[in-house]
Design a protein around this ligand. Structure first.
Ligand SMILES: NC(=O)c1ccc[n+]([C@@H]2O[C@H](COP(=O)([O-])OP(=O)(O)OC[C@H]3O[C@@H](n4cnc5c(N)ncnc54)[C@H](OP(=O)(O)O)[C@@H]3O)[C@@H](O)[C@H]2O)c1
Length: 341
């Protein structure tokens, strides 16, 4: 990318991730000349007391844009599939948050703490991984480099905001409905809702549709994206993804089987000095990462680091991060920062 003192930046999507992108760009003093925000319709939007003009997206809206951060919806008619290539044609580098280009061999899939060097290979589009993948690979990478990894078994506990603005609203509406009624007599109408089950006072083991071997699409993302980012398809990753009634902040219970025997005290030290990681691990004092504490934070928080008593190569980790920040907006802005370096 041509070096400039300030860049024209577009944020595509004004949902939960788009808003966090605007906040991250501002908080990190990204050198912006013009900031454009695109969504499906024209309107004004307030972010932390500052008014922004949202423009209805169009191909020509990308004229003169240097970097386009996409946080629109995914899929055939979604923002990235419809507009990313048009933006690239007009000279922008696209950093996309959705799943549409992640596994494309011409598109680097980047978590800067792991594979920032892949940014250089881009041909116009760079993909951001799925939120649950980002925090998992940030935690795994230092362990992979030191001990090697044979297998990972992960259960995710994912917040409602991971499914977008409507899912956050669905959870709040369900909580209000249940609070104002007799708990047992509540029927939550799920028609046209963002999530397939009631989430208030509930958890459900389904994120995405069911796919190969009865794993969900979200579970396969953890496998395929971890392989691409870490550059090792031999790691046996197996996942169960669960939606939990948390607003923001994904938690993951991760079991790692390493190639070399592992020492949990050594791992604590290793992770404590790893990029983008904060270790909180004093469980007897009630100190371990929790989603309510990580909301609004940039790092990946790791605790409950302990060895499997039956396997000298087995390690458990509890990994928590803000899915809208490190899982999406922050990671995209970090990629943009590398691009302009
Ligand atoms: N939420 C997370 O934790 C997370 C993490 C990683 C990745 N992602 C990905 O990030 C993207 C955004 O997610 P989100 O959670 O922010 O969703 P969201 O809250 O539902 O917001 C989606 C936004 O995209 C806009 N949009 C939809 N279709 C569009 C189109 N064709 N052209 C332009 N704008 C369009 C919507 O516009 P209107 O406001 O005008 O309707 C809305 O502002 C998705 O691809 C998602 O998979 C999300």
């Amino acid at each position: 990318m041509k070096k400039k003192s300030k860049y024209n930046v577009a944020v595509v999507g004004a949902g939960v991730v788009g808003v966090e992108m605007i906040r991250c760009l501002k908080a990190r003093n990204f050198p912006i000349n013009i900031l454009k925000i695109f969504a499906r319709s024209n309107r004004e939007m307030d972010v932390d007391g500052q008014k922004y003009q949202v423009e209805a997206i169009s191909e020509d809206g990308f004229n003169g844009i240097d970097i386009a951060l996409f946080a629109g919806t995914e899929g055939e008619k979604g923002a990235a599939v419809t507009y990313a290539k048009a933006a690239v044609k007009r000279g922008a580098v696209v950093i996309d948050n959705g799943a549409d280009f992640r596994m494309d061999k011409n598109v680097p899939l980047v978590v800067p703490e792991v594979n920032a060097k892949d940014i250089r290979k881009h041909k116009g589009i760079i993909a951001n991984p799925n939120c649950s993948t980002v925090q998992m690979v940030v935690a795994l990478w230092p362990i992979y480099k030191k001990y090697g990894i044979k297998r990972v078994i992960v259960t995710t506990l994912q917040a409602s905001s991971g499914a977008g603005k409507q899912a956050v609203e669905q959870l709040s509406a369900e909580i209000a409905q249940i609070a104002s009624a007799n708990y047992k007599n509540v029927h939550v109408d799920l028609e046209n809702k963002a999530m397939p089950q009631q989430l208030a006072y509930n958890v459900f083991p389904q994120i995405g549709g069911f796919a190969e071997c009865d794993f969900t699409s979200e579970e396969w993302k953890l496998v395929n994206e971890a392989h691409k980012i870490m550059g090792d398809k031999k790691i046996k990753v197996s996942a169960t993804t669960v939606r939990v009634p948390v607003r923001t902040g994904h938690s993951e219970s991760v079991y790692v089987e390493t190639k070399k025997p592992i020492n949990p005290d050594e791992v604590k030290k290793l992770l404590s000095k790893s990029a983008g990681v904060i270790v909180i691990d004093e469980p007897k004092k009630g100190l371990y990462p929790m989603p309510k504490d990580v909301e609004g934070k940039y790092e990946v928080f790791i605790g409950r680091i302990r060895r499997d008593p039956f396997n000298k190569n087995g390690l458990w980790l509890w990994v928590v991060a803000d899915n809208l920040l490190k899982g999406a907006a922050l990671n995209a802005v970090q990629v943009a920062e590398y691009l302009i370096k």
